[in-house]
Ligand binder design. Structure first.
Ligand code: FES
Length: 399
């Protein structure tokens, strides 16, 4: 069986430069990224098992937008802007919880039903009659795909999630992802770099042999990347059952039993699917996981993710899941350091840009997707900050 699915060959003569250095430190560019990349592309909010019961909710902030995901009394998971229709307070302040049978705004006490319609204002006689729909919470685009909850703040260039993910759907379907359960909940942390520096490191495996001793030990010889095609990338590796230089790896390959629910060719596979612009779904025999990054500023990024497990996992599979988490934790700490070094170099007058290996073609294809959305990124020299938006508008009208 051909393990390659996306059929993206590296061209013979491709442009090995990455984005210009100015793109990693420009506040005006960040505003364009918010508009053309983050608000109008699908984002993973979580998994249906994060909100299993009516009234369960989770929230997330993305580039100044606030999302609220709630399961209704009818069992339907809906997405709303976490913005009270009275004066804009957060309707829900916590990251995750249960609101019983109504959402009560903590500012003046307006009450919303779990389907987002307004149940009533506090002191209703002080208002004209309020239409329950018109003053209900504003809905977000939301699509549940294989158990993952995807949201979008504005309509955008991507098709439905099902269509977007169709090239890899058959492979993911083997894992019964929709029926998995949370392992340790949704985590977040911040990193002192531009969000693209996080993604650049994650979009290539060229650095694995040098920078990730545990991953190299686990699967280094078998790892390969397939670059972004129509918004989706894929990286695939199978672990070496005899790996053992590192404690976590040695015990992972020893303890993890063969996952009988998977076909033979996936029982030792670690697979990573990149979803433009900033989401990754990863599969191991024991887990499914998502992670993503959102800019807080040009030089600060939130990392967010969660790991999910099988409901019927054995003790050995639970132990393997924990060891896989340890391997990932070390890898992430190593990646954070690499992204810091790369990101800070772009403030140096001596930084002369990337010069990419064939093994980093995924970095280039991600940058190409960004260039399509924001054509000012084709300019080697930084435009004036105050001209950035109008110049980009002019360039977009010519593409
Ligand atoms: Fe929500 Fe006033 S802002 S009740």
């Amino acid at each position: 069986m051909n393990p390659h699915m996306l059929n993206v060959a590296v061209p013979h003569d491709w442009d090995r430069r990455g984005l210009p250095g100015w793109a990693y430190h420009s506040p005006a560019l960040l505003e364009l990224e918010k508009e053309f990349v983050f608000r109008n592309h699908w984002q993973i909010a979580g998994h249906i098992s994060d909100v299993p019961n009516p009234g369960d909710y989770l929230t997330m902030d993305v580039v100044g937008e606030r999302a609220l995901i709630v399961r209704g009394k009818d069992g339907v998971v809906r997405g709303f802007h976490n913005i009270c229709r009275h004066r804009g307070s957060r309707v829900v302040a916590e990251d995750q919880g249960n609101c019983k049978n109504a959402l009560v705004c903590p500012f003046h006490g307006w009450v919303y039903n779990l389907d987002g319609t307004l149940r009533g204002a506090a002191r209703p006689r002080t208002f004209p009659e309020l239409d329950k729909e018109e003053f209900g919470l504003m809905q977000l685009d939301l699509e549940v795909w294989m158990g993952f909850i995807f949201i979008r703040f504005h309509p955008g260039p991507q098709p439905s999630v099902a269509e977007l993910m169709s090239p890899v759907a058959a492979e993911i379907a083997h894992y019964d992802v929709a029926n998995m359960l949370p392992s340790w909940g949704i985590w977040t942390q911040t990193s002192p770099v531009n969000w693209k520096s996080v993604r650049d490191v994650d979009n290539e495996g060229y650095h694995v042999a040098m920078a990730h001793p545990a991953l190299q030990d686990l699967y280094g010889a078998t790892y390969f990347d397939e670059p972004f095609l129509n918004g989706v990338s894929r990286s695939f590796a199978t672990y070496n059952p005899h790996a053992g230089r590192r404690w976590s790896v040695r015990n992972y390959v020893k303890i993890g039993p063969e996952q009988q629910r998977l076909p033979e060719h996936l029982r030792k596979a670690w697979i990573y699917y990149g979803i433009f612009p900033n989401n990754v779904i990863t599969l191991t025999p024991e887990t499914v996981q998502f992670y993503q990054e959102f800019p807080l500023s040009t030089g600060e990024t939130v990392l967010r993710g969660a790991i999910y497990r099988y409901a019927d996992e054995s003790r050995e599979q639970a132990a393997a899941r924990y060891l896989a988490y340890r391997i990932d934790r070390d890898t992430m700490a190593e990646d954070v350091q690499l992204s810091v070094w790369s990101n800070e170099s772009m403030l140096s007058q001596s930084f002369s840009g990337f010069y990419l290996s064939d093994l980093e073609y995924g970095v280039r294809t991600h940058h190409d997707h960004l260039r399509n959305m924001i054509p000012v990124l084709n300019l080697e020299s930084a435009p004036d900050e105050k001209d950035m938006a109008s110049l980009n508008t002019a360039l977009r009208s010519h593409t």
